[in-house]
Design a protein. Structure first.
Length: 225
């Protein structure tokens, strides 16, 4: 029985799926609020049409108060995040204070731009620092850098721009941002074949990082006709 199931699965998958690059075809989002930022992402990692991990954590720690959301090649984005985190640790030791969110975002941009021909990485950098409070920076594929009050990325983002236009408003409070992020990622994972799993959320303020995970049965239901 088990062998028959494996044979059937192999017929459904492309013959070269083990050699296909592991991609975080994904939905990532970050929102600024007065006092911090809220970041969110789905949890599906795929290799072509094969789901290689349904519980990935795409919210990656850079410093104690800065996180990045990763989309693109899983290997590329993990490597970049590790390099930037190491740079920030060294910078903090040298300067005696935590690096700013913009410095971290600029470091991501520098790497993504310098190696733009060989990397597939779209990054959202978000965090809090004592100079400018909560900040969100977008570093799309190619290495541009722009600060935005709300940023979307990944394959699932194409499905939810209308939702963002209709429901986002400046000045939302923390819990409003959490609900907005949860709904946005849920809408995307329902429509985008490369997004899925559950929804992970991070809330970054001067007090640190609060992580929340919303499992599938805890997500809102929408029309899927």
């Amino acid at each position: 029985m088990a062998a028959a199931c494996v044979d059937s699965l192999q017929l459904l998958l492309p013959h070269d799926w083990p050699k296909q690059e592991v991609m975080t075809g994904t939905t990532i989002i970050a929102v600024e609020f007065d006092g911090g930022v809220v970041v969110g992402a789905d949890t599906r990692t795929s290799s072509g049409t094969y789901v290689s991990n349904r519980a990935t954590d795409k919210l990656t720690k850079v410093t104690d108060s800065i996180y990045c959301c990763r989309s693109g090649s899983a290997a590329d984005t993990q490597a970049i995040a590790h390099v930037v985190a190491s740079h920030m640790e060294i910078l903090e030791v040298k300067s005696g204070e935590a690096p700013s969110v913009r410095v971290a975002a600029s470091t991501f941009r520098e790497i993504c731009y310098k190696y733009r021909d060989s990397l597939s990485a779209g990054i959202i950098v978000a965090g809090w620092d004592k100079q400018n409070g909560g900040q969100v920076y977008m570093v799309p594929i190619g290495g541009m850098l722009i600060r935005q009050s709300v940023a979307l990325g990944g394959s699932g983002s194409t499905y939810i721009w209308g939702h963002l236009d209709a429901t986002y408003k400046p000045g939302m409070q923390k819990e409003e941002c959490v609900e907005f992020v949860k709904k946005a990622v849920t809408l995307a994972l329902n429509r985008d074949g490369s997004s899925g799993g559950c929804v992970r959320v991070g809330i970054i303020t001067k007090d640190g990082v609060e992580r929340r995970t919303f499992l599938h049965h805890e997500l809102p239901e929408y029309y899927l006709g």
